[in-house]
Design a protein around this ligand. Sequence first.
Ligand SMILES: O=C(CO)COP(=O)(O)O
Length: 250
Amino acid sequence: MSRTMVAGNWKMNTTPREGHELVRQVIDRVGTPATKVVFGVPAIQLMAVQALVKDPSGYAVAAQNMHEEQSGAFTGETSAAMLADAGIEYVILGHSERREYAGEDDELINRKIVAAIAAGLKPIYCCGEKLDIREAGNQEVVVGKQIEQALGSLSPTQIESVVIAYEPVWAIGTGVTASKEQAQQMHNYIRRMISNQFGADVAEHMTILYGGSVKPGNAAELFAQPDVDGGLVGGASLDAESFAAIVQAV
Ligand SMILES: O=C(CO)COP(=O)(O)O
């Protein structure tokens, strides 16, 4: 099975009407994709977009967050079971914006990942270093620690549901992308880490996405790296033409 994927993370953008039009235009342009294509949409659009992507095959929907508890008095929150029952396949967890603005850390993200997998969802786990860490050359130590805390407790069966997205914080929304060498080096480090802990077969099948200013102009060279299996795309996923071009770059 191919491990490639292009996922859009719309963040807090698009009204339901705009989202509907965006998905329709992407499907119009791409048709049946040669890679898995995922729309990470605002909560209010999950079910409508899920209904839109049933046909043609190759598309799926991701939530952008969920709560770690199964149910209860958590006003405003969404549970893993709710997402799974709505037919949602993926959930983005640990995005740097949630770490920054909602104070999420890898201990909490680990609990969310475990809850997501238990409900049958596939977590897209985001990790990545800030600029000062990169400048000090400590990116592998920091990303390694994030992955250890968030994924280290998983069983070999649980880890098979996980997609990892490496998103250097300094590249998100800045227009500055990691070079293909920087991306490949970190992705290879992550794959070796997964191999050491969970075995070569798990590592070989794991989808590791790059995120951070992916655009039609840089997608092909990033995705051509042996350990870069596709992208998690923010700004460029909001434009059907750009997103379709990135999908076609895989
Ligand atoms: O955060 C991102 C995807 O989750 C990346 O965002 P940009 O593609 O806008 O840099």
